[in-house]
Design a protein around this ligand. Structure first.
Ligand code: ATP
Ligand code: MG
Length: 226
C-alpha cells in the first residue's frame, strides 16, 4: 500500500438556479503516503472544492475515489464521517476553535466524537499533543487568550490527536503574519518528516519550498504537476 489517495476522473458540478458550474474536470491524482502536497491556483479555481471532496466533506458527480486502498466512491454519509473521524485531521485558515471551551477541551473534541476513549486516556493524549505543539501550559486557557499562531498550533494539536493518516490544511497560514506562518510551516514540515501525509491549499508562492509535490489547478483542471 503506498497511495493514501487515488482520484480517477473526478467531476464536480455546482447547480445554482438555472446555472450549472463545472467546478472540477476529470481530476486524476495519486497521493503517496508521506507526501507534502500543495494545491495551488487562483481564487475560484477549485482548490477548496477539491479539498472538501478529498476530506469527505462534499460529494462529487462522477469518477472514483480510493482512500487507503478502499473504494470510498459510494459510501453513505455515516460511513464517510466515520472515516473522517478515524483517518483525517483538518486545519483551517480561521482556526475554528470553540471559544466556550478551554484549549484542552478543544483538542480533546475528536476523541469525544470517536467515543470509547477513557477520561484518563483522553487527558494523556491532550497533554501529549499540546506538548508536541509547545503549548501544554495553555491547557486551561480560552482560545481568545492566545495569539493567532498559538491558536493555529492548538488547531494542529486537535487535528493530530486521532493520529490521522492525512492532514488537510486549507490556507493554514492565511490569517497569520509571515513570521508566524513560517513557524506553522516548520511544525507541519516536522510532522511530515515523521511520515504524516499533508495536503495543503495555499495561494502563497513563498511556501512552495515546503512541498514535496505541487498541483496547480486552473478552472477546475489540473494544469500542472511539479
Ligand atoms: N457551494 C457552492 N455553490 C456554488 N458554487 C460554488 C460553491 N462553492 C464554490 N463554488 C464555485 O466553484 C468554483 C470553485 O470554488 P472554490 O471555492 O473551490 O475555489 P478556490 O480555489 O478554493 O478559491 P479561493 O482561493 O478563493 O478559496 C468557484 O467558481 C466558486 O464560485
Ligand atoms: Mg478556497
Amino acid at each position: 500500500m503506498n497511495n493514501v489517495i487515488e482520484l480517477r476522473d473526478i467531476n464536480k458540478y455546482y447547480f445554482m438556479k438555472s446555472m450549472k458550474l463545472h467546478a472540477l474536470k476529470d481530476i486524476n491524482i495519486d497521493i503517496p503516503q508521506g507526501e507534502f502536497l500543495m494545491i495551488m491556483g487562483k481564487s475560484g479555481s477549485g482548490k477548496t472544492t477539491l479539498m472538501n471532496i478529498l476530506g469527505f466533506l462534499d460529494r462529487f458527480d462522477s469518477g472514483t475515489y480510493t482512500f487507503n486502498g478502499k473504494d470510498v466512491t459510494n459510501l453513505s454519509e455515516n460511513e464517510k464521517s466515520e472515516l473522517r473521524n478515524a483517518y483525517i485531521g483538518f486545519i483551517f485558515q480561521q482556526f475554528h476553535l470553540i471559544e466556550s471551551l478551554t484549549i484542552g477541551q478543544n483538542v480533546e473534541l475528536p476523541l469525544l466524537y470517536k467515543g470509547n476513549v477513557s477520561i484518563k486516556e483522553r487527558n494523556k493524549l491532550v497533554e501529549k499533543y499540546l506538548d508536541i505543539v509547545g503549548l501544554l501550559d495553555k491547557k486551561n486557557r480560552k482560545p481568545s487568550e492566545l495569539s493567532g499562531g498559538q491558536q493555529q498550533r492548538i488547531a494542529i494539536a486537535r487535528a493530530l490527536i486521532n493520529d490521522p493518516y492525512v492532514i488537510f490544511a486549507d490556507e493554514p497560514t492565511g490569517a497569520l503574519d509571515s513570521a508566524t506562518g513560517t513557524e506553522i510551516m516548520e511544525l507541519l514540515t516536522k510532522l511530515n518528516k515523521e511520515n504524516k501525509t499533508i495536503i495543503m491549499v495555499t495561494h502563497d508562492e513563498d511556501l512552495k519550498k515546503y512541498a514535496s509535490k505541487i498541483i496547480h489547478i486552473k478552472d477546475g483542471l489540473v494544469a500542472e504537476v511539479n
